[in-house]
Design a protein around this ligand. Structure first.
Ligand code: UDP
Ligand code: MG
Length: 326
């Protein structure tokens, strides 16, 4: 026997304390995958759950040759659990889906159809969010708008991690060595042909969210901090405004002096404007350098090659994410 046959589809499912969901998730997911009539594997990443999730996953693996399980030694968080799944997936297309059935597995065949038609990433875009509080909906929508402002319009709104991605895009994302992983942003960054698939986000099948406000804020901060340098440059602009105000005061002061008026009331504003202006401005200059350092440290690929022509058959094996720092 040679190499085991690679599956067409890999499904990556991060799981943290999902004992009440996992069986139902597996049965719905495998029903869908079996129905697609092609090879598949399902990778469950147990993110160091403290309930019965690990045992349940091992049972699933024992009863189903399509199941792979990765147990984490410590809780690393959703984004890193998914990253581990991407690292271990061998399919030509990789699906990322939550373990709580908020992302309906029944959409996977439609994602696969769009992939067959040439889409390289099919991302689930939430048309509605059933069972989520108004607070979550309002903050999520405001946040996505802010992110698009700061990081550019490549960031789709109302999009989580539920998606199907072609092997080549997965390899680009795996080639991005950053530790603060905001996967939906990294997929958007990769480029390629990306198409949305609208869906209604279901309520959680069972259990509670593992994304309390604190974790949510950290993820949100990662999105901005990993994909936008603009906040670092803000003091540059506000410093400039203060400095300009300072010069205006200076001119007013000079004019009043020439007219022989009392200028004592303008001295404090002048000092205030010039002092805060120059401080803020130099902070902004530091920010500009820091932004460059940060860009270098992230060590992302310089460019992403989609395909090549004319190198002659069989052509060089260009790695998908291509050149990294030595
Ligand atoms: N999850 C994880 N590690 C964590 C927290 C969550 O792997 O530390 C998984 C969880 O099991 C689920 C997915 O990430 O499959 C999304 O989490 P959750 O449903 O709690 O978040 P929400 O949908 O409420 O944003
Ligand atoms: Mg959920």
């Amino acid at each position: 026997m040679g190499e085991p046959v690679k599956p067409v589809y890999s499904v990556v499912v991060p799981c943290y304390n999902e004992e009440d969901c996992i069986r139902e998730t597996h049965s719905r997911l495998s029903a869908v995958m079996r129905g697609m009539g092609e090879g598949y594997e399902i990778l469950y990443i147990n993110d160091a759950s403290r309930d019965r999730t690990p045992q349940l996953l091992d049972e699933l693996a024992a009863g189903d040759p399509a199941v792979r399980v990765i147990h984490f030694a410590r809780n690393a968080g959703h984004q890193l659990a998914v990253s581990a799944g991407l690292d271990h997936a061998s399919g030509s297309a990789v699906v990322i889906i939550d373990a709580d059935l908020q992302d309906p597995p029944e959409l996977i065949p439609e994602m696969a159809r769009l992939w067959r038609e040439g889409a390289e990433v099919v991302y689930g875009m939430r048309r509605s969010r059933e069972g989520e509080k108004w607070f979550k909906k309002a903050t999520a929508s405001a946040y996505y708008r802010l992110l698009r402002r700061l990081a550019g319009n490549a960031f789709p709104e109302d999009t989580g991690d539920f998606r199907l991605a072609d092997r080549r895009v997965v390899d680009v994302v795996r080639n991005m060595p950053e530790h603060a992983r905001y996967l939906r942003g990294m997929f958007a960054w990769a480029g390629f042909r990306q198409v949305p698939l609208l869906y209604d986000r279901a309520p959680r099948f069972a259990g509670e969210t593992h994304y309390p406000l604190k974790k949510m804020l950290r993820l949100a901060a990662n999105g901005v901090l990993s994909f936008s340098e603009k906040p670092l440059l803000w003091p540059l602009w506000s410093g400039l405004v203060w400095l300009l105000a300072g010069f205006a005061v200076l001119i007013a002061l000079a004019v009043l002096l020439l007219l022989g008026r009392d200028v004592s009331g303008l001295v404090m504003p002048l000092i205030l404007c010039l002092a805060s202006g120059s401080l803020l401005f130099s902070l902004g200059v530091l920010g500009a350098y820091l932004a460059r350092v940060y860009e270098e440290v992230k060590g992302r690929p310089l460019y992403v090659v989609a395909s090549t022509r004319g190198f002659g058959a069989p052509g060089p094996e260009l790695p998908p994410g291509t050149r990294r720092r030595a």
